[in-house]
Design a protein around this ligand. Structure first.
Ligand SMILES: O=C(O)/C=C/C=C(\O)C(=O)O
Length: 78
């Protein structure tokens, strides 16, 4: 029973996850000769506040601060 686990930050839409599961299943069927009925794909979503890389939390990574500031500004209509 093939089992694929995806570890990623939370925040994707259901549609994105639906498409991701389909794409992973297609890849496993086409490239690894898996039977689709036996393939499990599990998505583990972790908050950025609980994810660290190089000693830095996801929420504290510079690129995320910039992206969040841009999103906040757009929401305020700036
Ligand atoms: O560690 C990083 O720099 C980025 C991680 C990003 C994810 O886990 C994600 O986009 O889900």
């Amino acid at each position: 029973m093939p089992f694929v686990i995806v570890e990623m930050w939370e925040g994707r839409t259901v549609e994105q996850k639906r498409n991701l599961v389909r794409a992973i299943t297609d890849a496993m069927v086409n490239e690894a000769a898996c039977k689709p009925d036996h393939l499990h794909v599990v998505i583990h979503e972790t908050p950025k506040a609980s994810w660290g890389r190089a000693g830095v939390l996801g929420i504290d990574m510079q690129e995320n601060k910039q992206a969040q500031a841009a999103a906040d500004a757009e929401e305020k209509g700036q």
